[in-house]
Design a protein around this ligand. Structure first.
Ligand SMILES: Cc1cc2nc3c(=O)[nH]c(=O)nc-3n(C[C@H](O)[C@H](O)[C@H](O)COP(=O)(O)O)c2cc1C
Length: 204
C-alpha cells in the first residue's frame, strides 16, 4: 500500500487556477508556516522569513510586481519566501536549548558557530545558503499545503528588487520564491512528465 506521504508527492501539481472565493484563517496560515519551518537548514540557521499576503490589496500590490500572474491574487494566500543571509552570531541562540537539554555539547555549538563564520565570510556562499534555506522552506510549505488538502503554485516570475522595496525587505533578505496557496479551481494541468531516472540519477 502506498503511504499517504508518498501519495501526496505523486499527486502534487503546480496549480495555476485557484478558487478566488476561498480564504485561509490566521490559524491555517500559521500551521502552514509552522510545518514549513520543520525543513532542515545548514547549522540549524533557520535563515528565512515568510510574508503571507492575504488581503486583496496586498496581493494586488504583489501581482503587479509578478507580471500580473492571476494566481497571486486568486489564491487565498501568496507567500513571499525570503532567504536571510546567515548570521553566525545567531547560532548559539538557535542551538543552546538543545545543548542545555543534553543533546549537544556546548563546545559543538561554538564549533558550529565558528564553522558558519568561516563558511559565510564569502558573500557568494552566504547568498547561496539564503537561497538554499528558503528553497527548502518553500518545498516543505508546498508539501504541507498538499497534506492539508490545499493546492500550491511556486513562482520566480517576479521583480525581486520591486518586491524588496514594496514589502520592506531588509538589506540581508532576498525574496527567493513566491508560493500561492489555496483551494484549487477546475482546469489545472495534471503533473507534467518527469525525465527518466537514467538521465538524472548516478549511483556510484
Ligand atoms: C522555482 C520555481 C519557479 C516557478 N515559477 C513559475 C512562475 O513564475 N509562473 C508559473 O506559472 N509557474 C512557475 N513555476 C511552476 C513550474 O512551471 C512547474 O513547477 C513545472 O512546470 C512542473 O509542474 P508540475 O510540478 O505541475 O508537474 C515555477 C516552479 C518552480 C519550482
Amino acid at each position: 500500500m502506498t503511504s499517504p506521504a508518498i501519495a501526496l508527492i505523486e499527486r502534487r501539481v503546480s496549480a495555476n487556477r485557484f478558487d478566488a472565493g476561498h480564504a485561509l484563517t490566521d490559524a491555517e496560515i500559521e500551521e502552514l508556516v509552522r510545518l514549513a519551518t520543520r525543513a532542515p537548514t545548514a547549522y540549524n540557521l533557520q535563515n528565512w522569513r515568510f510574508i503571507a499576503l492575504r488581503s486583496p490589496a496586498a496581493k494586488a500590490r504583489l501581482r503587479s510586481l509578478a507580471y500580473g500572474q492571476a494566481k497571486v491574487s486568486e489564491a487565498a494566500v501568496t507567500f513571499i519566501i525570503c532567504g536571510v543571509l546567515p548570521d553566525h552570531a545567531a547560532i548559539p541562540q538557535r542551538l543552546l536549548p538543545f545543548a542545555k537539554a543534553g543533546y549537544m555539547p556546548t563546545s559543538t555549538v561554538l564549533a558550529w558557530q565558528e564553522g558558519a563564520r568561516a563558511q559565510y565570510a564569502d558573500p557568494q556562499r552566504a547568498r547561496d545558503e539564503a537561497m538554499r534555506s528558503a528553497s527548502l522552506g518553500a518545498a516543505t510549505l508546498i508539501y504541507a499545503a498538499e497534506a492539508l488538502g490545499l493546492a500550491s503554485g511556486p513562482m520566480v516570475g517576479f521583480d525581486a528588487e520591486g518586491v524588496m522595496r514594496e514589502f520592506g525587505l531588509g538589506p540581508n533578505e532576498m525574496p527567493v520564491m513566491l508560493v500561492a496557496v489555496g483551494r484549487a479551481a477546475p482546469g489545472n494541468w495534471p503533473q507534467k512528465p518527469r525525465r527518466p531516472l537514467a538521465e538524472v540519477l548516478e549511483i556510484a
